[in-house]
Ligand binder design. Sequence first.
Ligand code: K7E
Ligand code: CUA
Length: 681
Amino acid sequence: MKNKPKKSYLNKNKMKINYLRIVAIGAAIAGMAACKPANEKASSDSFLAGDAAERAYVKPGEHDEFYNIVSGGFNGQLSVVGLPSGRTLKIIPVFSQFAENGWGYSEETKPMLNTSHGFVPWDDSHHVALSTTNSEHDGKWAFINGNNTPRIARVSLSTFRTEEIIELPNSGGNHSSPFITANTEYAVAGTRFSVPPDAKADVPISSFKQNFKGYISFVSIDKNTGRMGIKFQLKTPGVSFDLARAGKAKSAGWFFFSTYNTEQANSLLEVNASQKDKDFILAVNWKKAEEYLAQGKGKKEAAKYAHNVYSDETHSATSTIMNEVMTLDPKECPGMLYFMPCPKSPHGCDVDPTGQYIVGSGKLAAVIPVFSFDKMIKAIESKTFDGDFDGIPVLKYDAVLHGEVKKPGLGPLHTEFDGKGNAITSFFVSSELVKWNIEKLEVVDRVPTFYSVGHLSIPGGPTAKPHGKYVVAYNKITKDRYLPTGPELAQSAQLYDISGDKMKLILDFPTIGEPHYAESIPAALVEKNVKKIFKLEENKHPYAAKGEKETKVVRKGNEVHVYMTAIRSHFAPDNIEGVKMGDVVYFHVTNLEQDWDVPHGFAVRGNLNAEVLVMPGETSTLKWIPTKVGVTPMYCTDFCSALHQEMQGYVRVSPAGSNVPLSWGLGKNPTAEAEKKVAKN
Ligand code: K7E
Ligand code: CUA
C-alpha cells in the first residue's frame, strides 16, 4: 500500500505503538512455540490449522483448484499463483519491461508501452479485476491499473499476455481503478490526485478548489474482443478517489467510490486531509450518465492519450495517439451523482454479493459503516439531503446507513465476502483479518496476519458468487517470518481456510513485488481455454518466414532485415556476412515449432537490448546495432532440446564502406556461396 494510513502526529505515535505491539505479538507467538514440544506447536496457535500442510498440499503432478492473479505493485507486473499450493506459475509483464521474455524490448511489444509522454517502461500496479458476466467470473480477461502514468491494461486469460493498454487523460494517479461493471460493460477508473484538466493545466497549485477536478473514466469493453475505448469521463469536484466497486443485481446500474481529501488540501495532506470527521462515498448512477450522453449532454475536450493494441495475428502491437475525450459535467446532469458521508478517510469501498450493502472502510475510523442500497434509493427519492458539496447532493448519513460494526479493529482497509452472509475485513494497523456478519453487524472471528495486511482476497469474493473456501491476506511487512535477505525483505501472502467457523492459517509464502489486490478464479473456468501454440498458417507478421525456404536477409539502406526461423536445434540462417558498422539489424525470428511448451530464445552478444523469447508459431523481432567490427555469436537462450547448446550462429560485421557482400546460409559457407554467385554473373 503506497498510501499508508494518513496520520496526524498523534496518530503517528499511535501507529508506532501499534506496530511495536504487532512485532511483540509476533515475538510472543514465536517464543511460545519455542517452549513447546514440536508436535504441540501447531495446536498452540489456535489460528494455525493442525493439518495445515495437508490442507495446502497439492500432490506433485496435480493442478491447483484456483488461479490466483496477483498485482505486483511497484514491479508493474502480474503474477499467477496456484491455490491452495501457493506455487508461482508465471509472471505476466504488463507496464514494465521484462527482460526474461523481451516484453517491451522486442520491436513488436515496444508500442505497448507508448504513452502521450513517450515510452514509459514502468508503472505501479495495484488492482486486478477479472471480467464477469452477471457479476460472476467468466474467465476471459484480467484488467489491471497503472497508477503512476494513468493506464488500464487488459490481459488475456487464454494467452496470459497483455493485449491492450489504454492511457487515461485528465488523471493524476490511477488508483481507484480498474473496477468493472456486472457484465464487463465498463472498466471504471477514478483519479487519486485531482488535477486541472489537461487542456487548461497551467494554473497555480493554490487554485486547487477552483481549477482541480476529480475525473472518473468509463472505459467501455467490447463483449467479444475485449477492445477498450474511453466512452466518457465524469468531471467531478476535486477530491481524491481511492477505491471503488460496481453495484450488483438491483444496484448494478450504480457505481460506488470512496473519497478522501474532501478538505481539498494541496499541501501536507497527512494533516490537512484528515480534518473532517467524514469524507464521502460517491454513488454514480452510470445508467443515467449513459442517458445524458445519448441526449447529447457530453462535451468533447482536447486530451492526448495513447491506445495500444496487441494482435495475436500479426504478433505485433500498434499505438495510436487519441486527441479528445467526451466529458459529462454533473452540474448539467442532475440525479447522476450523490455523496454519502463516510467516516473517516475511507480506503476500501466494497459491495456485498447481493448488491444490497456497501461497506466503507475508514482508515482513521473506529467503526465500519455499512450502507444500504434500498435506503439510499429512498433517501434520494425523499430528498433526504444534508446540503450539497460543490453542487452534488449529500445524503443524510443516518438515512443511508444500514449500521456500523463497532470496535472491529484498527485501520480497516479492504473487505471481501464469503458468500455465507459474512464479510472479512483487513486491518492494517492491528494486523488482522476480522470476519463479521453483514446483517447483524457482529464480529464473529478474527485471526492475526504477519504483518500489516493490505488487501485480502477470497476466490470470487468481489462477485455475486464467492467460493468461500479460502481467504488470502497480502502483507506489507514480513520482518522475522522468512530467512533474511538484506535490507529488503519479501512481502507475503498468507492463506487461510475459511470453510469452517474459525479462520485457520494453512500457508505462508513470499510474493513477487508488492502485492496489492488479487483475484482468484476456479481453474475450471480458465484451464480449458488456455492457448497452447500459435498456428503457423495464421501468422500474419509482415516479416514472418513460415519455413526455412522463406528465410532471407534483405538490405534496405542501412537497415538489414533477417527473416530467420528457429526449430530444434538450429536457426536458419545461422551464418550471416555483409553487415557493416552503421547498420541497424532486425532479426525477425519465427518459431516453426507447433508443439506446446517449445519456445526458442534469441540473443546477440553485446546487444544493447534484452533477448526475445518466441512462442511456437510466433514471430518476434530483436533489434541490434553492431558496436564492434568482428564476428558476433548469437544463440538460443531457452534449453529447448538435448542439442540446445548447438543452437547458435555467427554474424560477421565489417567496417562501414566494406565491400563484403550480404550473404547468409545454413550448413554451408555463406561467403563462398556469395562468391560463386558473383562469379556466375
Ligand atoms: Cu489498499 Cu493501492 Cu488497493 Cu494496496 S491499496 S493495500
Ligand atoms: Cu532453441 Cu534452445
